[in-house]
Design a protein. Structure first.
Length: 200
């Protein structure tokens, strides 16, 4: 009886130790994935897409669920004109995270570049209903109409984009006030100019 109890105890301790090790490894993996992702973003910002892609894959190797790296890789595919891989990446992200707005927008953008205008417009119809304050939706709609050479409809969508974009001037105005409070006059002036450009 004692042997059985000892055996169960040893087994229980082994399971607990295994779970503890895996938990620590998971946290370390997430930290490494995040660090690699930040490095990938830096390379991406200076248009070093090959290095950025390499770092994205390394990040996903550390943590396959680190969706930010997957999304960035999708954008890299897009700018390398590998629209098929980009579409697969964005579609995969949307399947896992249906409310991921950025992935949905980039999927639409990719479809337009592929010439899949009907599919792009169907997705845009849904976006306008649920995300009508985002100027990018109307701008993408205008691109679809430009491809169709529907100038009047393109102008309507560009007007809608302009109206939505003007609301973002409030963000720049808030930045301006905060930089003024902090005594950063040069930055306050920069955001003042940005807000004035949008409002014109």
């Amino acid at each position: 009886m004692k042997i059985k109890i000892r055996g169960i105890t040893v087994f229980f301790l082994a399971v607990c130790f295994s779970l503890l090790v895996n938990s620590c490894t998971g946290k370390d993996g997430r930290k490494k994935a995040q660090s690699l992702y930040i490095s990938a973003l830096e390379e991406y910002s200076v248009h070093n897409l090959a290095k950025a892609s390499e770092l994205c894959f390394a990040s996903l190797k550390m943590d396959s669920e680190f969706f930010q790296s997957e999304f960035l890789q999708g954008k890299i595919y897009f700018f390398n004109s590998d629209y098929e891989s980009a579409l697969k990446t964005f579609s995969s992200l949307i399947k896992k995270y249906p409310h991921y707005t950025e992935a949905r927008i980039w999927k639409i953008r990719t479809l337009i570049m592929q010439g899949s205008l009907d599919e792009a417009q169907k997705l845009l119809e849904s976006e306008v209903v649920f995300n009508g304050s985002d100027w990018r939706i109307f701008y993408l709609y205008s691109l679809c109409y430009r491809c169709d050479e529907s100038l009047d409809k393109e102008l309507v969508m560009l007007t809608n984009a302009e109206s939505a974009l003007k609301d973002s001037a409030k963000v720049y105005q808030a930045f301006e006030k905060n930089w003024e409070i902090l005594g950063m006059e040069s930055k306050a002036q920069l955001y003042k100019e940005k807000s004035e450009i949008i409002r014109k």
